[in-house]
Design a protein around this ligand. Structure first.
Ligand SMILES: NC(=O)c1ccc[n+]([C@@H]2O[C@H](COP(=O)([O-])OP(=O)(O)OC[C@H]3O[C@@H](n4cnc5c(N)ncnc54)[C@H](O)[C@@H]3O)[C@@H](O)[C@H]2O)c1
Length: 456
């Protein structure tokens, strides 16, 4: 099928590359500068496998980059994947969606299915349908197809999603979306980029009305954020009581009604989506007279995580001024170079503001972080960052931090102290190498053994 994708950011480019890989003919649009660099094969951000798959689809002529006007003229189905950043009051800024609506109204030459993939407030689809009708495009139908991809594993989420949700008012629109995603829904599609990927079971295709589909995304992210803030508060309680949050979370997660995901405490959630979606959800609820102040608490707990962590560092080091600190991780999560609302960067920013000397390493995001925080000393690897450090901080849970040579690190640092803001390292391993290890809400195996002995 001829498909237009408007917006070539994290969601748009992944969607365009994925749709091309499952056999569609895709025109992907963005601003002229982005289009020019994408045509040269330059991907503006890091996402595993994306450069390879975009390159393959360009070479196979199934994907091309163009203007929004051309994408609208050529695509029978149009995916809107532009940004919906937060306004100052927390509401979603829909100006980019409105620009796309104008282009669709001007450029569509025959009926189009306009599919909203950007995260938008409930009833945006209804507004868009109305707008198109008022501008002489009553033959264009609007559908919602909320995106659940996770940066860092975006293509995995495209080819093997947990579910595909669509909201539409006509069976025709639902059928078209089902056809578009056919190979993915069948679960028999072998993802073209992973060597290890094999066909899996069928993917649930969940069709509903427009408004419900629009709510699913904000509700899902708000729920996940609630889980994170809940476990972060549990970590505080565990620290206060001498309990171990990891054990508590493991046992909680075994209950299928709860599940183990998103139950790891740390320095809080960030990124482009979770914080803005929670804020937008509160605004949507307010607009419709529903009190979702529960989520205000979720936001408050999250905001406090960075301060609490920095305070812990301050206490451990007896102040921050002129302290030599190694920061491992800057991106808001692993496998991305995205720094938007990164708690890791917020920690580092606070440390630098208080006069600490921070040597930082991130496998992908160091260069971007330098542009935002020039006082940072960028390092090429974790060992260089740890040189002469009084404390090493783990701020993003990149896998490589679990495979380091701790003997070598012991020789790098001036004080063997690790403060783990992501609870990814092992107390016992670090203790064996002579490091003092502080994590969030956990007790060491040694402490557990001591506690058990004192009980028996
Ligand atoms: N990033 C995620 O993990 C994620 C996950 C799920 C949903 N979402 C949602 O998807 C939407 C897009 O997010 P993103 O992370 O891809 O944003 P992004 O900022 O990475 O990409 C948006 C792109 O749209 C382009 N754009 C803006 N106006 C345009 C126009 N008129 N014509 C053509 N291109 C235009 C921008 O230049 C940019 O490249 C947002 O609503 C977001 O909330 C994001």
């Amino acid at each position: 099928m001829e498909i237009g994708v408007i917006g070539a950011g994290h969601v748009g480019l992944t969607t365009a590359a994925g749709l091309a890989a499952i056999g569609h003919q895709v025109c992907c649009a963005d601003g002229p500068e982005n289009v020019a660099s994408l045509r040269r094969g330059e991907i503006p951000f890091f996402e595993p496998y994306l450069a390879e798959i975009v390159g393959k689809q360009l070479a196979a002529s199934r994907l091309r980059f163009t203007t929004a006007g051309e994408a609208v003229r050529l695509g029978r189905a149009l995916f809107i994947c532009v940004g919906t950043p937060p306004l100052e009051n927390g509401e979603a800024d829909l100006s980019e969606v409105e620009q796309v609506a104008q282009v669709v109204a001007q450029e569509a030459t025959s009926p189009r299915l306009v599919i909203q993939k950007s995260t938008v407030p409930v009833h945006t689809g209804r507004w868009l349908q109305q707008y198109l009708k008022q501008h002489g495009r009553a033959d264009c139908e609007v559908a919602s197809n909320p995106e659940f991809m996770r940066e860092g594993s975006a293509l995995e989420a495209f080819f093997h999603p947990d579910r595909i949700v669509v909201g539409a008012e006509s069976p025709r629109a639902v059928s078209l979306l089902k056809a578009i995603y056919g190979p993915v829904i069948s679960g028999q599609f072998t993802c073209p980029v992973h060597d290890t990927c094999s066909p899996r079971g069928a993917v649930p295709f969940v069709a509903m009305d427009l408004a419900s589909a629009e709510l699913v995304k904000l509700a899902s992210n708000s729920f996940l954020a609630t889980k994170i803030s809940f476990i972060n508060l549990m970590a505080d309680l565990c620290e206060a009581t001498g309990a171990d949050v990891q054990r508590v979370a493991e046992a909680m997660g075994l209950d299928p009604r709860i599940g183990p995901a998103f139950l790891r405490p740390g320095i809080g959630f960030g990124g482009f989506c979770l914080p803005k979606d929670v804020a937008a959800f509160v605004k949507v609820a307010e607009k419709f007279g529903c009190d979702f102040s529960l989520l205000r608490e979720v936001e408050k707990v999250n905001r406090e995580r960075v301060d609490r962590f920095v305070n812990r560092i301050r206490i451990e080091l007896g102040g921050l001024r002129a302290r030599r600190i190694a920061a491992w991780g800057l991106a808001f999560k692993p496998n991305t170079d995205d720094l938007r609302n990164s708690p890791a960067l917020a920690v580092v920013r606070n440390l630098v503001a208080e006069g600490a000397k921070v040597r930082a390493y991130d496998p992908q995001a160091t260069e971007r972080a330098l542009a935002e925080l020039p006082a940072l000393q960028a390092c090429a690897d974790p060992y260089e960052a740890a040189r002469n450090a009084e404390a090493i901080l783990v701020l993003t849970d990149w896998d490589e931090f679990q495979r380091l040579d701790w003997r070598r690190l012991k020789e790098c640092v001036s004080h063997p102290l690790v403060i783990d803001g992501r609870n990814v390292l092992s107390h016992d391993q670090l203790a064996r190498h002579g490091f003092r290890y502080i994590s969030i809400g956990r007790v060491s195996a040694g402490q557990v053994a001591a506690a058990l002995t004192s009980v028996t």
